[in-house]
Ligand binder design. Structure first.
Ligand SMILES: Cc1cc2nc3c(=O)[nH]c(=O)nc-3n(C[C@H](O)[C@H](O)[C@H](O)COP(=O)(O)O)c2cc1C
Length: 290
């Protein structure tokens, strides 16, 4: 077994504004760190007390998409356009979460959540100050950042975030393919590179964003493992690394990484299911060894 990664920068505490992110206590931090998940159009009335989902504009999500609800998977319901009053309320929700007992609020602007919907010109067709130009489509995110008071298109938004004294910016590598087969994961960047006539390593990478972020610590997620996480931090490609899938299948990734124990594989089949299987029943490395 290798000597582990304990002495690498991967485990040195990260100063984030008023907080210190202690990597070894990541699971504690995760439990106490609020995550604002305003879903906007991507939800179902059964998940939001019977109301109609609201998004930046009236529109449908991808045909055939279903939503998980307490009554099982349900077909998509078309979202209605948010009134300016709804936008104000959503911004206040973010601010409220920050004032509650949480240590912090992660403003989720990826993965189709409301800030992402607002930025996207294929979803946001508004004609007033929250839609149209990039400055207008970014307004919602910037107002959320302002309200939370935590002293191509994403480049502009990230450049603006960087000026606003945020605790950190958390980005996800686009190349991380959550649901494809392992073969598809390798193929995907190759095919995209061919289509766009560019180098494979330039296909999907956070590198251009790293160059824009000058003042704010960067946390990167997406396909990090016990072999590529430390080099990413050592090289300065990112200031810290977050794990998604491996945090599901490993209750103790910091210990495993520090000591050089392998990460347990996850089972995709149980990712979005109910019940405890594939959620709380993965053993710690100590239990696995016993
Ligand atoms: C089962 C599962 C649920 C997830 N849920 C969310 C979510 O609710 N919101 C979100 O922004 N990302 C979500 N993600 C994405 C992760 O936060 C992370 O960005 C992604 O898994 C990439 O990191 P990884 O390659 O280490 O898994 C989820 C991922 C998985 C596998």
């Amino acid at each position: 077994m290798s000597s582990g990664l304990a002495d690498t920068k991967l485990f040195s505490p990260l100063e984030i504004g008023r907080y210190t992110l202690k990597h070894r206590n990541e699971s504690l931090l995760r439990a106490s760190f609020g995550s604002s998940l305003l879903t906007g159009r991507i939800t179902h009335p059964l998940n939001i007390g019977g109301s109609t989902p609201l998004g930046p504009s009236k529109n449908k999500v991808q045909e055939g998409m279903v939503f998980l609800t307490p009554d099982g998977p349900q077909p998509h319901i078309e979202a209605e356009e948010m009134a300016e009053e709804d936008i104000k309320e959503a911004i206040e929700d973010f601010a409220h979460a920050f004032k509650c007992a949480f240590d912090g609020v992660e403003i989720r602007s990826a993965h189709g959540f409301l800030p992402n919907q607002s930025l996207c010109d294929e979803i946001n067709f508004r004609k007033e100050k929250y839609g149209g130009s990039i400055e207008h489509r970014t307004r919602f995110m910037l107002e959320v950042v302002g309200a939370v008071d935590i002293v191509g298109d994403y480049g502009y938004a990230i450049g603006e975030f960087d000026k606003r004294g945020l605790a950190y910016i958390h980005l996800v590598e686009l190349s991380s393919d959550l649901f494809g087969t392992d073969e598809a994961k390798v193929k995907q960047p190759k095919e995209i590179a061919k289509e766009r006539d560019i180098e494979e390593e330039d296909v999907l990478t956070l590198k251009p964003f790293r160059a824009i972020i000058k003042a704010t610590p960067l946390i990167a997620a997406g396909s990090y493992t016990n072999t590529n996480a430390a080099p990413a931090v050592e090289s300065g490609a990112t200031d810290a690394v977050a794990f998604g899938r491996y945090f599901i299948s490993n209750p103790d990734p910091p210990e495993r990484l520090a000591k050089g124990y392998p990460l347990a594989e996850y089972s995709r089949n149980t990712f979005y299911t109910g019940g405890l299987e594939g959620f709380t029943d993965y053993p710690t490395c100590q239990e696995a060894k016993a």
